[in-house]
Design a protein around this ligand. Structure first.
Ligand code: NDP
Ligand code: 2IT
Length: 455
């Protein structure tokens, strides 16, 4: 692109962002997610005037609707609590709304708008027919009993059920929402509607869940890295890796890396990170699963259990030296200074299991350094992709084998990678996966929006 056009694109982006910020006050995460997309889309839109004339960016940054509701529930001591909850139905041009539910005290409407916005592009990249949405509540599940979580989920679904359905909007898990919560939510939907339908994904295997859904996001992120590395004729085996987070995504990212022969040094939680001296073994992984999935414990316990595991309270793992980097905890956990430190320490590839874990300065550092950088909407799309496969199995009243689903997941991650290369290569051997994912996702949604008339 010529200097002039680059300048026009920058001026247009700044002006567009002024409007977004003015229309959505107090929602910095949403502003950030939109900025990251628009920055790379603007040159493409300038070169394709039909997208500009039909105000597509304005339309895609305004949710179809946001449902906001109160959740009133009772704890084990009989105390009444009131939480806020939302479902953001962002865009259903290519399929019913689809996206997870997050239960975390930090959740606001702006958080869910950023996640729903990202989800629209991510879901388009999967090649499956899914629109984008996201929901959740500022409920904090930490320290709550099973019965309390059940009562919360029942109250939450009582507020939500009339707005969702297998052909309308299909939620799933995200931070603080896993198999236990999805099951309670599904049970309450059945009770309220008397319908057994695939209106949520991540269900148990005996009632409509898909094999590999639990593993899908973590596995998919590693499959994505395999595709990135293959561009340079290298593989995962023998490479050092650092992972952040220790929830659903992080655990299965570690598992796949371990099975492929990588040396995984770290995982983290909100209390700090642990380093395993010579890398995770099967024994470390089995302990981590039991600790986090069954006991919902803290990583400090892992350092107490193993003599080769050290805990670093209040710290993130980004000062460690590794070739592969997997941020799998939460948004904005990796800033510009951390990104540059990772590059200095020899990182060659970054794949985001989490949504928007790297801030705008961090992204700039990775791209300027020509590190292979796979943004969340491409790298972590395996989770929602297998959710899509769960929907298909539900619609067919069939259930596929683990092998079949895993193979389809690999194929989908390869196709996402190809789209990123198609739209993101610079002609000199470097692939800008941020540009590739944003333009690739946009084209599919934008063409569907245009074809269906003004709305
Ligand atoms: P989990 O709730 O299973 O785990 C979240 C992990 O991240 C925990 O280790 C948690 O630590 C840590 N974490 C969460 N919030 C914070 C915070 N504010 N500061 C520090 N650490 C934090 O969630 P998932 O593994 O499902 O989700 C992780 C990320 O992956 C999220 O960004 C999510 O949106 C994204 N994602 C998830 C998908 C899925 O299928 N589940 C699909 C695609 C993306 P602690 O327990 O101490 O809070
Ligand atoms: O961010 C995500 O893609 C998810 N939390 C999974 C969504 C889904 O519908 O499986």
């Amino acid at each position: 692109m010529s200097e002039d056009l680059t300048q026009v694109a920058k001026t247009r982006t700044d002006k567009f962002m002024e409007g977004v910020i003015w229309r959505n006050p107090g929602q910095p995460e949403f502003h950030q997610a939109v900025h990251e997309v628009v920055e790379w889309l603007m040159p493409f839109i300038l070169a394709n005037p039909r997208y500009q004339e039909s105000k597509l960016l304005e339309r895609l940054t305004e949710p179809d609707r946001v449902v906001s509701f109160r959740v009133t529930w009772e704890d084990d001591a009989g105390q009444v609590h009131v939480n806020r909850a939302w479902r953001v139905q962002m865009n259903n041009a290519i399929g019913a709304y689809k996206g997870g539910l997050r239960f975390h005290p930090s959740v606001t409407e702006g958080t869910l708008k950023f996640l729903a916005f990202e989800q629209v592009f991510k879901n388009a990249l999967t090649t499956l027919p899914m629109g984008g949405g996201k929901g959740g509540s500022n409920f904090n599940p930490k320290g709550r009993s099973d019965r309390e979580v059940m009562r919360f989920c029942q109250a939450f679904m009582t507020g939500l059920y009339r707005f969702i359905g297998a052909n309308v909007d299909v939620p799933a898990g995200d931070i603080g929402v896993g198999g236990r919560e999805v099951s309670y939510l599904f049970g309450q939907y059945r009770r309220l509607t008397n319908q057994f339908e695939g209106m949520i994904t991540g269900k148990g295997l005996s009632f409509g869940g898909s094999p590999i859904r639990t593993e899908a996001t973590g596995y998919g992120t590693v499959y994505f890295v395999q595709n990135m590395l293959a561009e340079r004729d290298i593989g995962v085996e023998g490479r050092t890796a650092i992972v952040s987070g220790s929830g659903n995504v992080a655990i299965y990212c570690v598992e796949k890396l371990l099975h492929l022969g990588a040396k995984v040094l770290t995982v983290s939680d909100s209390g700090g990170y642990v380093r395993v001296k010579d890398g995770f073994t099967e024994e470390h992984l089995a302990y981590l699963k039991e600790l986090k999935e069954a006991r919902r414990g803290r990583l400090t316990e892992m350092a107490e259990k193993f003599s080769d595991v050290e805990h670093f309270a209040g710290q993130k793992p980004w000062g460690e030296t590794a070739e592969l980097v997997f941020p799998c905890a939460t948004q904005n956990e990796l800033d510009g200074a951390a990104a540059c430190q990772l590059v200095e320490n020899g990182a060659i590839a970054v794949a985001e299991g989490a949504n928007m874990p790297t801030d705008l300065d961090g992204i700039k550092c990775f791209l300027d350094s020509k590190v292979m950088y796979g943004p969340g909407k491409a790298a972590n799309a395996g989770g929602v992709a297998v959710s899509g496969l769960e929907q298909t199995q539900n619609a067919q009243r069939m259930s596929w084998s683990r092998e079949e689903v895993d193979k389809t997941l690999r194929d989908i991650m390869a196709k996402i990678h190809t789209q990123c290369v198609t739209y993101g290569h610079d002609g000199n051997g470097y692939v800008n996966y941020v540009k590739g994912a944003n333009v690739g996702g946009f084209v599919k949604v934008a063409d569907a929006v245009l074809a269906c008339g003004l709305m």
